[in-house]
Design a protein around this ligand. Structure first.
Ligand code: IFM
Length: 487
């Protein structure tokens, strides 16, 4: 691919154009791409431990090598530059910076991020730092993990260390990525690290992730210049009832409570929703869990809400007389036979809408994204939004000539970008879009079998090849608008 910088493009004033200044990005996460898990003082995270445990990931895949981004970051920044990215969203590996999760920073670990940020800035790409994308230092898990309150306090200390190191060069910060996954897949269904299946632990983790977020916002406000923008990225579930029956609507309400409002309630509205407390009060002692002052800390104002969206969720009530079992979890695509991650919803069934799906088995429905953005706009007026993840896995394969044709991904992206554009036209204040993902990478429990990248990675040689979607996205960025459907 040849370089296509956005500033050289004439402004596109068509109805398919995005607002001036819209931020075009791509996203990754440390454990999914860096490799180099035992260099420069890094110690194991919960994902190193989990992926090395037999049976936890497909094919026993681990992030040991991943895409070797730790050593190949210069080449990867060149790829970003070829795309014309305005911003790159990456996460910092906590065990690289603070191997025990406590105490002073390891400068060699921070130096990697200093080099990466400098390289990005030299290429005119804005760095967007996520502090936590699931790689808790194993020592902190051994001390109780997110179900323990002290982990939230440790997270704020770590936030200060990273802000002190990068705050002079990074303006866009995200505290947590998808805390729902950390709490409910990590401690509820156990299909993610650390692999515990205990709904009480998941709810405790959710509160301490909320608290960690609030404490980190305070720490970042203290350490960063005033113009820094602070966000959190939530994978909000666009929940729809299967039918309009009262029981299905009630099932959807409960999923919305434990899938969404468990985070948006305290972060954006100052408290946990009453219905969530009632639904889950038999699982956890909320009054003992939430200390005086916690809610004020969690509700510290943020500048942007990051929205990660892939597919909607369709929920129904279990038919009368049918016993609750693990069907809910497997139907939700969160691990065959695992306990449902949705604490207090064991008797809710999840359904896949008919129609096209990605290689993850996730139905493709861009209306879920526009509906979600418009709901957030209605419920939290004045809070700018940013799509911090959206994308799709497909079974990409290079042709004998070495090309990677991925028309399904282009179709997915076109539909979802158009959904963003429509939400903006209807009034939502959406400031940018980060495509997941820059390149194929370690897809957690699915290992390397699922490919989300704009760049195809040959894991044997580590060669990166631009898929057709990379060229398509570069053209969208260059024009600041969606091309005609035939492009
Ligand atoms: O790969 C993940 C990412 O780490 C978090 N959000 C969803 C992506 C696709 O499953």
């Amino acid at each position: 691919m040849t370089s296509a910088r956005p500033e050289s493009a004439p402004a596109d004033t068509s109805v398919r154009a995005f607002p001036a200044g819209f931020l075009w990005g791509a996203a990754t996460a440390a454990y999914q791409i860096e490799g180099a898990v035992d260099v420069d003082g890094r110690t194991p995270s919960i994902w190193d431990t989990f992926s090395r445990t037999p049976g936890r990931t497909d094919g026993g895949d681990t992030g040991d090598r991943a895409t070797e981004h730790y050593h190949r970051y210069r080449q990867d920044v060149r790829l970003m530059s070829e795309l014309g990215l305005g911003a790159y969203r990456f996460s910092v590996s906590w065990p690289r910076v603070q191997p025990t999760g406590r105490g002073p920073a390891v400068e060699r670990g921070l130096d990697f991020y200093r080099r990466l940020v400098d390289e990005l800035l030299e290429h005119g790409i804005e760095p967007a730092v996520t502090l936590y994308h699931w790689d808790l230092p194993q020592e902190l898990e051994d001390a109780g993990g997110w179900p323990a309150r002290s982990t939230a306090e440790r997270f704020a200390d770590y936030a200060t260390l990273v802000a002190d190191a990068l705050g002079d060069r990074v303006n866009l910060w995200t505290t947590l990525n998808e805390p729902w996954c950390s709490a409910f897949l990590g401690y509820g269904s156990g299909v993610h690290a650390p692999g515990r299946a205990d709904w009480a632990a998941a709810l405790r983790a959710a509160h301490h992730l909320n608290l960690g977020h609030g404490l980190a916002v305070e720490a970042l406000r203290t350490a960063l210049p005033r113009e820094a923008r602070i966000a959190v990225s939530l994978n909000l579930h666009e929940v729809r009832p299967l039918t309009d029956s009262a029981t299905d609507r009630e099932a959807a309400r409960r999923v919305d409570a434990v899938g969404n409002r468990v985070f948006t309630g305290p972060m954006l509205n100052g408290g946990y929703p009453e219905d969530l407390l009632a639904d889950t009060g038999h699982l956890v002692d909320w009054p003992a869990l939430v200390h005086d002052g916690d809610l004020a800390t969690i509700a510290r104002p943020i500048d942007l809400l990051g929205v990660n969206y892939y597919t909607p969720a369709v929920a129904s009530a279990l038919p009368d007389g049918k016993a609750p079992d693990s069907a809910a979890a497997s139907d939700a695509g969160h691990g065959d036979g695992a306990q449902s991650p949705f604490a207090g919803c064991a008797d809710v069934l999840f359904h896949h809408a008919p129609g096209r799906r990605t290689a993850m088995g996730w139905p493709i429905d861009p209306t879920g994204l526009s509906d979600l953005l418009l709901r957030l706009h209605r419920e939290h007026p004045g809070l700018p939004l940013m799509v911090t993840e959206n994308g799709a896995a497909f079974d990409d394969r290079p042709t004998p000539e070495g090309a990677v044709h991925d028309p399904q991904r282009i179709d997915y992206l076109r539909g979802h970008l158009d959904a963003v554009r429509r939400a903006i036209a209807a009034g939502a204040d959406v400031r940018g879009y980060f495509l997941w993902s820059l390149m194929d990478n370690f897809e957690w429990a699915y290992g390397y079998g699922k490919r989300f990248g704009l760049y195809y990675v040959d894991y044997a040689t580590q060669a990166r090849t631009a898929k057709d979607s990379a060229r398509w996205y570069a053209e969208v960025i260059r024009r600041g608008a969606l091309p005609d459907p035939c492009v």
